[in-house]
Write a new protein. Structure first.
Lengths: 68, 174
């Protein structure tokens, strides 16, 4: 998919584990894993807002467009 | 509501099994009667369901064979369709009903209903021609209105496929 999710990069920058993020944003580990591995088909604004809040970043830091 | 649907599906499963076995028996009986008439040509006078097919057999053996094969093929295809319905009913889970496997089987069912209709149309045309050719010959006609059913099942299969896509998208929305 041309949209790349850089969640793992941001988590590494903030030194935050998936478990920790899961607790902070109140999203199951399974769903966060779907997002992290790029399997997700869509992301809700509420989820994006919660992740941006937890990682103290902008949506553009998490999502990237690539022409492949 | 879920309990009621589960009960309906179980009852339908039983009906599908009955239809599958009955149609298999019908097809088998026609083929068995045909093979018996090869050994005992006189038995064609009292063929399956008391039809006198002896004049047809005397007229042309290959026309007789074609007619019987077409006649046996219709319940055979229908029984396979019933088998596919059994497969759908056994695979479907009410907690997660939209799966690509079920959608593909539904589409396959519509193709087989269409195939049964095509064979029925060929059989009916052949039977009409034989009735004109052989005076006094009586051949039963097959119902030829299943094309509508095939269309309906095909449309349902396409809607089901869309449902599968929506469900997948919903499951992969975080």
């Amino acid at each position: 998919m041309p949209i790349i999710v850089n969640l793992d990069v941001m988590m590494a920058r903030r030194k935050m584990s998936l478990n920790e993020l899961s607790e902070k944003v109140d999203i199951t580990l399974a769903n966060l894993s779907i997002l992290k591995t790029g399997k997700a088909k869509a992301i809700r604004f509420s989820t994006l807002e919660a992740i941006c809040n937890a990682l103290d970043c902008q949506p553009g830091d998490l999502l990237e467009f690539s022409k492949e | 509501m879920k309990k009621r649907t589960e009960t309906i599906l179980k009852v339908l499963n039983v009906f599908a099994w009955i239809a599958f076995i009955a149609l298999m028996v019908k097809s088998g009986a026609v083929l068995f009667a045909y093979s018996y008439t090869i050994a005992q040509p006189n038995s064609a006078k009292d063929f399956y369901e008391h039809q006198n097919l002896y004049p047809l057999m005397q007229y042309n053996f290959w026309q007789y064979t074609t007619s019987i094969i077409l006649r046996a093929a219709i319940p055979a295809i229908q029984s396979y369709t019933a088998f596919l319905i059994i497969k759908v009913l056994s695979r479907i889970k009410l907690s997660n009903p939209f799966t690509m496997e079920v959608a593909n089987i539904l589409e396959k069912i519509s193709y087989f209903i269409l195939a049964a209709w095509i064979v029925a149309v060929i059989y009916n045309s052949h039977a009409s021609w034989l009735i004109n050719e052989i005076p006094g010959l009586q051949l039963p006609k097959e119902s030829g209105d299943s094309i509508f059913l095939a269309g309906v099942v095909f449309v349902i299969a396409q809607i089901f496929k869309k449902g599968v896509e929506i469900q997948n998208e919903n499951e992969l929305t975080v």
